[in-house]
Design a protein around this ligand. Sequence first.
Ligand code: DC
Length: 233
Amino acid sequence: MQQHKIIIAIDGFSSCGKSTMARELAKKLGYSYIDSGAMYRAITLYFLRNQVDYSDPVKVMEALANINLTFEFNEEEQRSNIYLNDEDVESYIRDMIVSEKVSEVAAIKQVRAFAVGQQKQMGKKKAIVMDGRDIGTAVFPHAELKIFMTADPEVRVMRRFKELYATNPHISMDEVRHNLELRDYIDSNREESPLRRAEDARILDNTALTREEQLKLVVDWVKNLSPKMEPSI
Ligand code: DC
């Protein structure tokens, strides 16, 4: 039974293992988990499929008006999948073609306003873990616990490579490295809420941590929040 539900905001560079950690933490606490990156990816997929000229703000607004994003829990996979206009697009949004464009799309002011508005709404009832790039700075600046995740760049390249190689054996390490470097650069240097650590975020470098070690560390952080905020685990 939980006494005080909180919001946990997790930010960090691409492929630091944010989603894995956030999902496991949410499960442990009985909270919802929202992968905000999936929202930007689904919007990018829509733009690509419909050949939306996203350099044109009017076309962007028209396209956004036709996009409905929802998350639905998939019992079999034990995770929430993202739906784009009622279609489960989880298996398309990690494709390289989406990864190559998503940072450009996520830098568009109207796209951010659209996604951030929905994300704030999802936090109304608290009891949520959300990961992304601006969660502790723009979406939930008052989150009770903020975590900024990082890991050695080559470790991140290797992790993402393994993930992509499973479905695309033609992918190269260089391609993955280039994509990660480019995304980190665009995400950190864009005008609209760039990726940066919130001043009150705790840093979690998981280069040398196992999944179990990192989960334990974060669960301890939750337990050690002030008693007023602490959810009983
Ligand atoms: O976490 P991810 O790699 O799936 O995110 C995909 C892209 O979306 C990433 O390059 C930056 C963007 N993003 C963002 O700008 N803000 C967020 N809150 C989450 C993701």
